[in-house]
Design a protein around this ligand. Structure first.
Ligand SMILES: Nc1ncnc2c1ncn2[C@@H]1O[C@H](COP(=O)(O)OP(=O)(O)OP(=O)(O)O)[C@@H](O)[C@H]1O
Length: 491
């Protein structure tokens, strides 16, 4: 269709001109004071365009984000001239193709939506009904909606999910429910296929780390940006971790923590009403206590040079960014073992400790995982990649309270990574042996017994929907003029 512009007349008899360019839908609503007033809507933000048969009403719905405001839904509608009817029908179809097929996205994805009414400050159900549901309906996405009624409910649903019925699982929750879905998929009779069903988080929990990592720090708490990701995001393969403890295997997608971090995470449940401020409160309390973490950490090392790790992640994100902007699909890693539809076997359980390294230092915490942000205030794993087949491990030496406080300086930008008292390594697997009986062990924010455990990585076993195909966090390699090592040692 050569002419990509169409005019509609609204109820108030004003005219709106809609033009489809290669990258935008241009919506022009001239006013007396501003005759050139217009909005440019990226194709990705268009949800639906329709033309009603009888009334000749053309309706176009999209999501719009104005500076520093949350995303919101806009509907523009008006009638087209009788003579324009056929051209309008073609125009609508061209818009729909630009909004979906040309972006490599299927129309009307079928969702299993799991809403945790209990997550975060307990507003999940209200937010879903007030904001999210309408957007899913507008986009024409058939959605089965289940409100979780108890702990473990999401895991039960995922365990028996009819895989052919859904294109993605949408979680309206925090990270806890995602942990449950992945563990349910791991118990599914076709576990590997189940783990190939993408998960799209909509952030209504406390930490919402996965949402921050997929959408970035500005949009990570915006529920409609996350809804748009469910409708338009591309599947991104991510590493998952097996946590083996006493013969039991738990799947983790985000983090494992012992020591101070686990106490902050699990010891602040009663402060849930505070939202994510509960983590800052917990941290201040733990700084006062300054308790050592009585564990022995051993790992199968892959990398321990901080500069190399920073340079690699920087280069990878730049490469992925430029290929995403040129329209190629999001990155994907090969699954390790395509033939069998079961979880990958454990490689390191029986492995000899000969080529393992043991950290010989008294530490305050051991924090391992993936995804740069662990909450809004801390980019704990800034050099983490979604599917490098490795787990990032950070362990802080127990030196002084001052060192611990200086860790918070620049935490949002990931500068804690450079702190001289933070050991930071990438590993294929690691093992923790508690040296005392009492302590906390948190896996993706959920509590497990404080007993010996081992963790290994499964490259690209899980799938999330992502707008970018990489973790949306900015982290620069160190430049010679500003050396954060010297900066942080000044404190
Ligand atoms: N109806 C329910 N009543 C009680 N607990 C529930 C219910 N539904 C789900 N849960 C549990 O709530 C826990 C927390 O869920 P969720 O992750 O959504 O929120 P959060 O912990 O506040 O967020 P985050 O993990 O991002 O900090 C999960 O362990 C889940 O099993």
């Amino acid at each position: 269709m050569a002419d990509k512009t169409i005019s509609i007349r609204t109820d108030t008899t004003s005219r709106i001109t809609l033009s489809l360019t290669d990258i935008h839908l241009k919506v022009q609503k001239p006013t007396r004071s501003n005759p050139t007033a217009h909005h440019n809507i990226p194709h990705r933000n268009i949800l639906k365009a329709t033309l009603e048969d009888g009334s000749h009403t053309l309706r176009i719905s999209y999501l719009e984000k104005k500076k520093r405001k949350p995303m919101h839904q806009v509907v523009v509608e008006g009638t087209v001239e009788e003579a324009e009817r056929t051209r309008a029908a073609e125009w609508v179809e061209t818009v729909m193709a630009a909004a979906y097929e040309n972006l490599g996205v299927k129309r009307c994805r079928r969702f299993m939506v799991l809403v945790n009414p209990f997550g975060g400050q307990g507003k999940g159900a209200t937010i879903f009904n007030k904001k999210i549901r309408l957007v899913l309906e507008t986009a024409g996405c058939p959605s089965e909606i289940i409100y979780t009624t108890h702990q473990g409910h999401a895991q039960e649903i995922a365990r028996t999910l009819t895989l052919d019925d859904y294109d993605a699982v949408v979680t309206v929750s925090g990270d806890g429910l995602i942990h449950e879905v992945l563990n349910g998929f791991a118990e599914h009779p076709e576990s590997k296929r189940a783990l190939g069903i993408p998960i799209a988080p909509i952030p209504t929990g406390s930490g919402n780390a996965l949402s921050l990592n997929l959408l970035g720090i500005e949009d990570g708490f915006d529920v409609l940006v996350a809804t748009l990701n469910a409708i338009k995001g591309k599947p991104m393969k991510v590493d998952l971790f097996s946590v083996i403890q006493g013969g039991k295997r738990t799947i983790s997608f985000m983090s494992q923590a012992v020591g101070l971090i686990a106490e902050v995470d699990l010891g602040t449940e009663h402060l849930r009403w505070m939202g994510d401020a509960r983590f800052t409160c917990g941290l201040l309390w733990e700084i006062m206590k300054f308790k050592p973490c009585p564990v022995q950490l051993s790992f199968k090392l892959a990398e321990n040079d901080k500069d190399k790790m920073a340079a690699t992640v920087h280069a990878n994100r730049n490469r992925a960014g430029s290929s995403a902007s040129s329209g190629s699909s999001a990155s994907s890693a090969e699954l390790e073992d395509e033939e069998h539809d079961s979880l990958p076997p454990l490689k390191y359980l029986e492995s000899s400790s000969d080529d393992w390294t043991t950290l010989d230092d008294e530490v305050l915490y051991v924090y391992a995982g993936q995804g740069p942000y662990v909450n809004r205030d801390w980019m704990a794993f800034p050099v983490s990649s979604p599917n490098d087949g490795l787990i990032d491990i950070a362990a802080m030496s127990r030196s002084s309270r001052g060192d611990l406080i200086s860790l918070m300086d620049g935490a949002t930008k990931g500068t804690s990574f450079w702190h001289p008292k933070v050991h930071y390594i990438k590993a294929h697997a690691y093992r923790i042996k508690p040296l005392k009986k009492k302590g906390f062990f948190a896996v993706d924010g959920e509590s497990l017994p404080f007993e010996e455990f081992q963790v290994e990585v499964h490259k690209g076993l899980g799938t999330f929907l992502s707008p970018y195909g990489y973790y949306a966090a900015k982290f620069e390699p160190r430049t010679p003029s500003v050396d954060p090592r010297k900066e942080s040692s000044k404190h």
